[in-house]
Ligand binder design. Structure first.
Ligand code: ADP
Length: 617
């Protein structure tokens, strides 16, 4: 079988210095990643390309971005590393998106290899590792390697059991479409969206699968779907066998703004997004109507999908996820997935439903702990744990939209995000039930401890927030209102990000329009103030202001300036001044977050590394 090409493109490569005397140089090479190798060749005008190197994917043990603390001596400024056969190959991508695409694709292709446990986040240079100062090139790394995402401090996933090790890479994975509770002793429980190894599919109704702990058992075959290639059947929004006319009927019948589905186009391998809207069209189109958008693939990069030119994604689920939160060129945001499929087992009545609805009877309400723009916040007990209950005032939030979004927000789960457990929506007031954070909001916490917080503790707070934000960024979720007041502090003094995405549901224009008094201008990036263009990079700007708040012990930014004066001072290139307690290195990070152009700002993945390396000093 021929290998399938996954990515190709021109990048710069540093010589691997396999011999001690070989020179250190940087050369432009054309890279091709396929399902077997990573190859690079020299391309010169008018000459045949000359293959210069070929690395077997099976020999790769680590792929990760490099966090450099030194100027990069070539035109491409975004380095990543490929550790293979005892050598480090440093490759320099032209921009961060390109680097992320390569790192993600390489990680995906190598995730079942014999990987390193720890890696070096910085360069090997002049006979030592710049991250940990070790002088042995093959010395074990100093940071945990995360084969699924970018590096983080998260613990490694559980090691596969002995049975798993015996299996070869040919084996088929399946993904659970819904939870399954075992009926007999030979069956295995399933958790929605988890992957399982398919052991046998010889029986029509019952397949034998193995979970990631090595437990094997039977599950109903209708509850799982094979995870090969472009198999989207586990997503509610995918309808495989449906015509354009049938899609239109189904969406019109649903009749909700933003009802959508993804279906196969008539052209093989091409997908179409169909979306229902009531919005008036610019050239007198029928109203309400269904609009169809074909998912495009970039001509130069194999795995770069887009609906609107500017927003490229390496997979279709990522693209859909992004447009579920951002219209970004579409007639409306993709709000409600519509599916032809119905649960195939009569004894399972829509398991997705009950998961987010919390019965108010289960809550024992306690005292008030605060009040915010949506209403009162109470302490409460729910299923043997302390929770916070936010009671949403009826007039201040678009709750139909919010209910849909909350289902997505509940799936966001990270130790540095305040977890949303569920909602009570059956009768007003609607309540949100979240993780309880004993030490309240970060801005008050900082003010109350003025003069008592060390630089290290302050950096630790920034690290917590950057971890939570890096997770949101990797989930294509934009916070839109990051500030110390929207972070909360746990009883162990951990800082967690809260209120993500909430501003979109506020009715009061005063909060949401950049022209109005309550809009958080002082935390907003210039492109947000000018054209409401939110992105993870606009969150990065706000993160810079949050670092400033932390190192000023909770002092409000631009204390003596009005919103208009802030806009004027930003327009003339001025920025917040260095806090007295911040070291130069920390102020440099803030300045990086406040670059005028979003693309010049670092991503949270990079910021996380940067803050982490400062915290190690
Ligand atoms: P806003 O979004 O308007 O800033 P919130 O509704 O998020 O306000 O919260 C108001 C106050 O309630 C916070 O400042 C905090 O003191 C308290 N609070 C909010 N959420 C929690 C929580 N999960 N745990 C503990 N206290 C909380």
């Amino acid at each position: 079988m021929f290998p399938r090409v996954i990515l190709k493109g021109t990048m710069i490569k540093k010589s691997q210095q396999k011999k001690r005397i070989s020179p250190s140089n940087y050369k432009e090479r054309f890279f091709v990643l396929d399902t077997q190798d990573l190859k690079y060749s020299e391309r010169r005008p008018g000459k045949k390309p000359m293959l210069k190197g070929c690395i077997q994917l099976s020999s790769i043990r680590c792929v990760e971005i490099v966090c450099s603390d030194i100027p990069i001596p070539c035109n491409n400024k975004y380095p990543f590393q490929v550790f293979h056969d005892g050598y480090y190959l440093y490759i320099f991508a032209p921009d961060n998106d390109c680097r992320q695409r390569w790192v993600r694709a390489l990680k995906e292709e190598t995730k079942h290899n014999n990987l390193v446990v720890k890696f070096h986040p910085n360069f090997w240079m002049d006979g030592k590792w710049r991250c940990c100062q070790q002088t042995e090139k093959l010395a074990a790394g100093c940071h945990l390697y995360n084969p699924d995402g970018y590096a983080s401090k998260k613990p490694l996933p559980e090691l596969p059991g002995p049975e798993m090790k015996l299996q070869d890479s040919e084996q088929q994975l399946v993904v659970a479409l819904q939870d399954y509770k075992p009926q007999g002793k030979d069956s295995l429980p399933l958790l929605k969206d988890q992957e399982y190894l398919l052991i046998s599919s010889s029986h029509l109704n019952w397949w034998r699968v193995q979970d990631n702990k090595g437990n094997a058992g039977f599950v109903p075959s209708t509850y799982v779907v094979e995870k090969a290639g472009n198999n989207f059947e586990r997503f509610e929004w995918y309808n495989k066998h449906i015509t354009r006319a049938e899609a239109e009927d189904l969406l019109m019948e649903e009749g909700k703004e933003g009802a959508f589905m993804v279906r196969d186009s008539r052209r093989a391998g091409v997908y179409t997004v169909s979306v229902f809207t009531k919005a008036p069209g610019s050239s007198g189109e029928k109203n309400p109507r269904v609009k169809h958008y074909q998912i495009q693939q970039s001509a130069t990069e194999q795995r770069a999908f887009y609906l609107a030119e500017k927003y490229l994604f390496s997979t279709i689920p990522e693209l859909i996820h992004y447009h579920q939160h951002n219209a970004a060129g579409l007639i409306t945001r993709l709000r409600h997935p519509v599916s032809q499929r119905r649960p195939s087992s009569p004894e399972v009545a829509d398991p997705s439903k009950a998961q987010w609805e919390i019965d108010p009877e289960e809550l024992t309400l306690g005292q008030e702990v605060g009040s915010g723009q949506f209403g009162l916040v109470l302490e409460a007990a729910w299923r043997d744990q302390k929770v916070a209950v936010k009671m949403v005032r009826e007039d201040c939030m678009s709750d139909e939209d919010f209910k849909e979004e909350a289902k997505i927000m509940m799936k966001l789960s990270h130790c540095k995000l305040v977890q949303l457990f569920g909602m009570c929506t059956k009768r007003p007031p609607m309540c949100l039930v979240c993780e309880f954070m004993e030490n309240g909001c970060l801005s008050d916490y900082l003010r109350e401890r003025k003069g008592r917080l060390s630089q290290n503790v302050m950096l630790g707070m920034c690290l917590d927030v950057s971890e939570g934000m890096a997770y949101l960024e990797s989930s294509n979720f934009i916070h839109r209102d990051l500030a110390a007041r929207n972070c909360l502090v746990s009883k162990n003094n951990e800082v967690k990000v809260s209120d993500f995405g909430m501003t979109r549901f506020v009715f009061d224009d005063q909060y949401t329009s950049s022209q109005c008094s309550k809009f958080a201008v002082k935390w907003s990036a210039p492109e947000v103030i000018r054209y409401s263009k939110f992105s993870s990079k606009s969150d990065v700007w706000s993160f810079g202001v949050l670092i400033w708040e932390v190192f000023n012990e909770g002092r409000p930014p631009y204390e003596n300036l009005s919103n208009l004066e802030v806009v004027e001072s930003l327009n003339s290139g001025l920025r917040l001044l260095k806090p007295r307690l911040a070291p130069d290195s920390v102020y440099m990070l803030m300045e990086w977050c406040w670059k005028e152009k979003p693309e010049d700002r670092p991503s949270f993945a990079v910021l996380l590394h940067e803050v982490e390396s400062l915290s190690d000093i």
